[in-house]
Design a binder for this molecule. Structure first.
Ligand code: AMP
Length: 219
């Protein structure tokens, strides 16, 4: 199945995508993760994206669309994928529509995760990720704290905050979401593939609701 997770920053898209990967094996296609990796590796793409990411602005479509398409042509995504953070605006959504049509593919489910802005700010400010490469440990000092402060439960590595997880950038990211990304819900609504999920619930509950929708469609 080809899934798209929509929702504001901090809605839990990454958390839910990781669970879907673990259960169904569909790779997570996260343009945010790809851009962060490119930054960490110091590639030209990473350098181009850095200032936009730090300001909470969208990286230009001319850059992001190519990155996403290349990823979606990989052999490992042939059996399905979970899109997380792409598309982010109408231009990207139209590019994705065109790409899928050319390949006689489509999105099977669009999950719209809804969360109140107040909850989002706290969630994002509490977010901590393991700095160890390939660990993927994910915590939240308010909602899912590690056993020892700033230490990863999974591998013992140090925990870090994303450079764009500060109050000023968050407010801009929320604003960008409302202006650019939220209208995509109505872009996809006529397809009948959109389901609205309450993202304020516990992660297990949110996952259960997403899973129920997947199972309905898989018959
Ligand atoms: P995320 O991890 O999805 O919250 O993305 C972090 C940042 O990466 C965003 O604030 C943008 O600056 C950039 N980014 C990620 N995905 C996209 C996209 N599809 N289009 C434009 N910018 C993106």
């Amino acid at each position: 199945m080809n899934l798209l997770l929509l929702g504001p920053p901090g809605a839990g898209k990454g958390t839910q995508a990781k669970r879907l990967v673990a259960e169904y094996g569909w790779p997570q296609v996260s343009t945010g993760d790809m851009l962060r990796e490119a930054r960490a590796a110091g590639t030209p793409l990473g350098k181009q994206a850095a200032s936009y990411m730090d300001a909470g602005e969208l990286v230009p479509a001319s850059v992001v669309i190519g990155v996403a398409k290349e990823r979606l042509m990989g052999s490992d995504v042939a059996g399905g994928y979970v899109l997380d953070g792409f598309p982010r605006n109408r231009e990207q959504a139209e590019a994705l529509d065109e790409f899928l049509t050319e390949r006689a593919e489509s999105l099977d489910l669009v999950v719209n995760i809804r969360v109140d802005p107040d909850v989002i700010v706290k969630r994002i400010l509490g977010r901590r990720a393991c700095a160890a490469p390939d660990c993927g440990g994910d915590f939240n000092v308010y909602f899912n704290p590690p056993a020892a402060e700033e230490i990863c439960d999974d591998c013992g590595g140090g925990l870090v905050r994303r450079s764009d997880d500060n109050e000023e950038t968050i407010l801009n990211r929320l604003d960008v979401y409302r202006r650019e990304t939220e209208p995509l819900i109505e872009h996809y609504r006529p397809s009948g593939k959109v389901v609205d999920i309450d993202g304020a619930a516990e992660p297990d509950e949110v996952y259960g609701a997403i899973k129920a929708e997947i199972e309905k469609r898989r018959g």
